[in-house]
Design a protein around this ligand. Structure first.
Ligand code: C5P
Length: 219
């Protein structure tokens, strides 16, 4: 979209994994590469939007995009929530860790011969909180599942008050340059996309977002 279809829109995109520290050396994380979120941020910037990218991945900064680097889910939470008021849309492509170690050791944990127990506690669900605080922001979420994709997608769409949920099969999306996704809209519409490169999926997402803006602007 070289045309300025998103001109004037303030859009925040999250990308990549979060890392949850165990000690100064070790962390828990996941397979997210950040490629999808970065592709969305770049495409939104090209379409004229004012874009902020909050990311746990370290891909090259995108010209014209305000990039905020975060590590943990709680940092991502803080950086997203404090910007939420001024935004027109949030696209949550990040793979946020659901759990973190309850205690972070100040020094390196030494090994012993027996097994080791790590107690994990829940992280805040950023997107759920955005759904709760929603005024008129358009909210787009992702669901990466290995099982029961559609059922879980529809559940998330509703429980997080999303306008659009993008579902993909976790086994063939993480780290890849292509993906196969399905769009589920809050109005019940479903759109199955072909497998395509992530930058092209980003364009499809922004087309869908433009449509959602048109719907909410005419309300
Ligand atoms: O983890 P889950 O499958 O529920 O994630 C679905 C969506 O919720 C994703 O868009 C993800 O970025 C978001 N999420 C979040 N905060 C969390 C967990 C997930 O914003 N703690």
């Amino acid at each position: 979209t070289g045309d300025q279809t998103l001109k004037g829109k303030r859009i925040l995109v999250t990308a990549g994994p979060t890392k949850e520290a165990l000690d100064p050396i070790r962390f828990f994380s996941n397979q997210s590469s950040g490629k999808m979120g970065y592709a969305i941020a770049a495409a939104a910037q090209r379409a004229g939007a004012d874009v902020t990218l909050v990311t746990g991945a370290q891909l090259g900064d995108i010209k014209g995009v305000t990039t905020v680097h975060v590590t943990s889910a709680r940092e991502m939470y803080d950086e997203v929530i404090r910007r939420y008021n001024g935004l027109d849309a949030v696209i949550k492509a990040a793979a946020v860790a659901d759990y973190r170690p309850e205690n972070v050791s100040a020094s390196k944990i030494k090994k012993s011969d027996g097994p080791m127990m790590v107690k994990m506690v829940r992280n805040p669900d950023i997107l759920k909180e955005l759904g709760r605080q929603k005024v008129k922001q358009v909210l787009v979420g992702f669901a990466a599942e290995t099982d029961d994709l559609e059922e879980n997608a529809l559940k998330k769409l509703e429980s997080k008050h999303l306008d659009l949920l993008i579902a993909n099969h976790a086994s063939d999306s993480f780290g890849n340059d292509t993906n196969k996704v399905t769009f589920y809209f809050a109005n019940g519409r479903k759109q199955v996309l072909e497998r395509m490169p992530k930058p092209q999926i980003a364009e499809e997402i922004l087309d869908a977002l433009s449509g959602l803006f048109e719907m909410s602007d005419s309300k």
